[in-house]
Design a protein around this ligand. Structure first.
Ligand code: GDP
Length: 300
């Protein structure tokens, strides 16, 4: 919790900054709700969630439940937990699925490689064996970067070099994981191809190919999005979900952004489990998402 609190938005919550000033003489100032609405919209919380939160506060004001800062915080916390509880569904890896095949998608720069490295470390600490598959074969530096993260996490990586066929790299990795009795294959995928439709076609092809190993694979299709890009993150989530069917999302860079509201916007729009949040650049800066912890950290 303390890491969440100090890192989210650099510890300066867009939701509750100066919230004490909303009150004058034991009463919520007349313009406070408008202030609050503006602040939510500026943080890319989106119209739907903003309206919903403001309505919740208004209801509690009408019921005489918000007379001071503490009560306002309580209302907010309850509302946030209600909003985000449905997307609190940690990634669980059942022992009977072996290898568990986790696809990681996301456009370049969002923190996909970093997130893969962080997850590999986390799974390894949980006592599971991990193999990385260097499926982002389009970008020159991608394989090298992923190899660096594999070394950091101390897990093996399977790659075939630049320009190789992504589906075949991932197919081989699953084959190899089976032979080596490895628990989890984390497959990196291209962050960009010649066109958007080409990218989505490739992701669908990779899906078909691993289903030759296991008809239920991939067991997780995770999209990584960058919170600092605000509305773009939401658009990417919608597009990828429509094209390939996501089963989870990881939201990175929540540490350095004033646009943290995008997490709520994505949660409300897509109702997809938020698996992890990225809170920094180091290998340990990845936390499983939990609505209550998040609300506590953001609102205090
Ligand atoms: P990729 O192109 O999607 O694979 O992105 P990378 O994993 O290479 O990350 C791009 C940049 O974002 C790097 O400088 C990372 O250190 C940084 N980054 C990744 N995740 C986080 C995060 O959670 N917080 C912060 N502050 N930076 C991050």
């Amino acid at each position: 919790l303390s890491k969440f609190r100090s890192r989210l938005n650099k510890g300066d919550s867009f939701l509750t900054r100066d919230i004490g000033s909303f009150f004058a003489a034991e009463k919520l100032r007349a313009d406070a709700l408008e202030d609050f609405e503006t602040r939510l919209l500026m943080a890319d919380t989106g119209i739907d969630v903003t309206q919903w939160l403001v309505d919740r506060i208004q209801t509690d004001i009408n019921l005489g439940r918000i007379k001071n800062e503490k009560q306002l915080r309580e209302t907010l916390k309850k509302a946030l937990v209600e909003l985000l509880a449905p997307v609190t569904e940690p990634l669980t890896i059942p022992a009977f699925i072996k290898p568990y095949i986790l696809f990681v998608a996301g456009v370049n720069g969002v923190g996909k490689t970093t997130t893969i490295g962080k997850m590999a470390m986390r799974f390894k600490r949980e006592g599971k064996s991990v193999l990385l598959a260097a499926g982002d074969t389009f970008r020159a530096a991608a394989v090298q970067q992923l190899t660096t993260w594999a070394d950091r996490a101390g897990v093996p990586i399977l790659s075939q070099g630049e320009g190789a066929d992504s589906a075949s790299v991932i197919y081989d990795a699953v084959q190899s994981a089976k032979a080596r009795n490895i628990d989890i294959v984390i497959a990196d995928t291209a962050g960009r191809l010649h066109t958007q439709s080409h990218l989505m076609d490739e992701l669908r092809k990779i899906k078909r190919v691993v289903q030759k190993h296991d008809p239920y694979a991939p067991h997780e299709v995770m999209l990584v999005v960058d919170a600092t890009t605000g509305q773009n993150a939401l658009n990417q989530a919608v597009q990828f979900h429509e094209a390939i069917g996501l089963t989870g999302i990881t939201i990175t860079k929540l540490d350095g952004t004033a646009k943290g509201g995008i997490l709520m916007a994505i949660a409300k729009r897509l109702s997809l489990p938020v698996r992890f949040v990225g809170l920094g650049e180091a290998i340990d800066d990845l936390e499983p998402f939990d609505a209550t912890t998040y609300a506590e950290a953001l609102i205090g």
